[in-house]
Design a protein around this ligand. Sequence first.
Ligand code: ADP
Length: 408
Amino acid sequence: LPGYIANPIKTLTQSIKQIAAKNYNERIHFEGNDEFAELANAFNSMAEKLGEYENSNLAKLMFEKKRIETIINNMNDPVIGISEENKVLFANNEALKILGLKDTDLIGKHIQQVSGMNDLFRSLVSDSSPSVNNKKEPLKIYANGKESYFEKEIIEINAYQNTDDKRPLGHVIALKNITPFKELDFAKTNFIATVSHELKTPISAIKMSLQLLKAEKTGETNTEQKQLLESIADDTERLLKITGELLNLSAVETGNIQLNLQDAEPLQIVSYATEAVKVTAEQKNITLSVKAPVTLPLVKADAEKTAWVLINLLTNAIRYSPEYSEVVIELSQQDSKVLFTVKDTGKGIDARYRERIFDRYFQVPGSNKTGTGLGLAISKEFIEAQGGAIALESEIGMGSRFYFSLNI
Ligand code: ADP
């Protein structure tokens, strides 16, 4: 009798242990059709259900994994996954294509190992992609049979057990293909360059004709005609300024700033610029004063471009200053640099716009709309191309102080 009860219980205990070890093929067979046989049946059907459940779960997980892999693989943008131990976890087809590598060259390898044999991979995993003025420059990569542009984004992946426990799981390098935008941008720059170039000649011709018209030799003009001629002349000047700015902008955007660096006299640049804005200042009764030490070293500069910048700063200072005020141009030496400063007592620039003032097309809301918003952006490019720096200080209602430095 004890064996009759103990033996099946022993068998059952062992089988339960098998189930606990995920061995769902375990089955029990008891002779007869008493309660133990019924128990064996119940156990077997439980084991069968557990087996089915396990298989369907695994199949589902495999399917989901495949699905995610397919999605990543079919993305048009290259994506590379790196583990927390700096090993390559995955790289989609686009990534393999631009790298020119097979997945066996990449997957599971340490990033240092791959960097050693692939320059592009090295620049992708190094965090220091070239940056200009703190803005990340797009990566230029030969892909899809042409020069392509990509923006790199590094996404850190963290797993959260709970809100305090953050565990790094590696990171993903995603490249966004911005070639279509770059191509449109090139087309726009080319268009601007062509149109402004084409416009320059007829506008200059209008200016010439105006000068002839104003000359006594061409015939007498009455007061009303003279006023009309003056206003045509003003508009012509403005058009010339705009086309000049647009041409400069296209040179800046295509990286074609042609610098003619020479030893230049700072005061000479200043007097050229003040001469150019003299009439505009007189119209508003604004005094232009120049303050400079007796001796100043020469600067390494493109005198024409520097004068252009100074004229732009002076024109702005005059435009935003009240009548009968003063605009001061100050020159000083600071270590191995000469500082050019233009100070006005105009309306000043609100702190929240100061960051964006050197952005292309940016104009402070509500300011004089006749400009293009390009002057300061081009000025910054011109000064930085010469190895200098440009900045401003301003207080609303108190005026602005723009300054730039050039190397001695
Ligand atoms: P533009 O003068 O053609 O609009 P700029 O790039 O030269 O373009 O200037 C950008 C904007 O910065 C101007 O629209 C104006 O709002 C502001 N700004 C520039 N200089 C001054 C200044 N001296 N005082 C006040 N605001 C200024």
